[in-house]
Ligand binder design. Structure first.
Ligand code: PMP
Length: 418
């Protein structure tokens, strides 16, 4: 460590967060590992907040990226046509949409997750002519004003400094810890012209709440929501920014429930490399945009198209990766079952490799996360009070690294929740 003043501390805004939990300077990364400047090794159970589903510097995406960067090809192109974009669209259609019988128009709304949510909300308003949105308790959809308006985190909402209007939160599945609400009450008030309840343009939902505490919606709850939306002509937006791209075991997190959302938001791991890329997918009939009505400078990240194409071709051309992923998911959940059995008041949340551990004592999660860092494991907490341990390794993690990370978690849990 140098004795110079720390420029991060002296110059960077107080808003910085991850670097406070993990006060290392990360210099190198490969697969499920990172190393700091002093050469200390960390296992990564964070995966760039879900942007690194295929691990760091995966050779399958790095090779094509390096080749592209050295070829003199176009890097930035607004929304102009490029061979890299053509190849991505073709691959996405052939390997992702067609085999699943899905027909969606693809929009590139800007570089990040919040951009795809903004585009989805705007499109829903434009299509329906209605303004109101419904979203769920503890939802997380992004930090710009539209996506923040449907986000349920009070601390982040207060950060806006202005009223966030035109949206209401309703209870997510499992909000009542087992006492499960259905949508009958919502249906009744929507049908009651005297209720004063505005019909929403759309409902936006995460199938697993990645930031809001890892609650996972049951398939039948998602189907009931989808049926209600269809019956009342309300658009269903699934925000698959974090739960998508294989996290829960299938490419889209809603496949298991057998629903077909009207609009789907993708970002984070869609580029396959950690480069920013976002997609908004919608039923072709909903494509009511006028040319240029929603634009943005960074809609044509060609290096991200190149790595995205490589990732889709490497991992999603057949079922091999998905089968391996099922084994990794089973191995993780088997260990988690063992850990909660031994720990007082512990339970498992989430689905697939978007998993959580929560404890009756709300402070345990933060203590375990701090212990994990001291022992060389990057482990995040989730939930409004950081009360849930979030377990999100790369989907490509090998069994040895997975078990090694889980050993650290098990030891931390044994220490703080015996
Ligand atoms: N939606 C979900 C479900 C997310 O988890 C996130 C990011 N954590 C976002 C939207 C926003 O994405 P970004 O941070 O790239 O703007």
């Amino acid at each position: 460590p140098s004795d110079k003043p720390d420029i991060f501390e002296t110059r960077e805004s107080a808003v910085r967060s991850y670097c406070r939990s993990w006060p290392a300077t990360f210099a190198r990364s490969q697969g499920a590992k990172q190393w700091d400047e002093d050469g200390n090794e960390y296992l990564d159970f964070f995966s760039g907040a879900g942007a690194l589903n295929y691990g760091h510097n995966n050779p399958a995406v790095m090779g094509p990226l390096v080749e592209y960067l050295q070829s003199g090809a176009v890097l930035h192109s607004m929304d102009m046509k490029t061979p890299a974009k053509r190849e991505f669209l073709q691959t996405f259609q052939d390997l992702i949409l067609k085999p699943r019988g899905l027909d969606y128009s693809v929009m590139f709304p800007g570089p990040t997750g919040t951009n795809t949510v903004e585009a989805a909300l705007k499109l829903a308003r434009k299509v329906t002519g209605r303004q109101h949105m419904l979203s769920f308790t503890n939802a997380f959809h992004g930090m710009t004003l539209g996506s923040l308006s449907v986000t349920g985190n009070s601390m982040k909402r207060e950060g806006a400094g202005i009223p966030l209007t035109n949206s209401s939160k309703i209870p997510y599945d499992d909000y009542f810890d087992g006492e499960v609400p259905d949508f009958l009450w919502l249906e009744r008030v929507l049908e009651d012209s005297g209720s004063g309840v505005d019909k929403p343009a759309a409902v936006i939902v995460e199938t697993v709440q990645g930031e809001g505490g890892l609650r996972a919606a049951r398939a039948e709850w998602l189907r009931a929501l989808s049926d209600l939306c269809k019956k009342h002509d309300i658009l269903l937006i699934v925000d698959d920014v974090q739960a998508g791209c294989g996290r829960t075991g299938s490419f889209f997190s809603f496949e298991e429930a057998g629903i077909e959302p009207d609009i789907v938001c993708l970002s984070k791991s869609i580029s396959g490399s950690g480069l920013p890329l976002a997609l908004t997918l919608f039923r072709p009939e909903l494509d009511v945009w006028e040319p240029g009505e929603h634009n943005g400078t960074f809609r044509g990240n060609n290096p991200a198209f190149v790595t995205a194409t490589a990732a889709l071709k490497t991992f999603w051309a057949d079922n091999e990766f998905q089968n391996e992923l099922a084994d990794t998911i089973a191995a993780l959940h088997q260990r988690l079952d063992g850990i909660v059995e031994k720990a007082e008041g512990a339970s498992i949340r989430g689905r697939g490799l978007l998993a959580g551990l929560c404890f009756e004592d709300l402070e345990v999660a933060e203590k375990v996360a701090a212990y994990a860092f001291e022992n060389g494991l990057l482990l995040e907490t989730s939930g409004a009070d950081d009360e849930v341990i979030k377990i999100m390794p790369p989907l490509t993690i090998d069994s040895r690294d997975l078990q090694a990370g889980l050993d650290i978690i098990e030891a931390g849990v044994a220490k703080f929740a015996p």
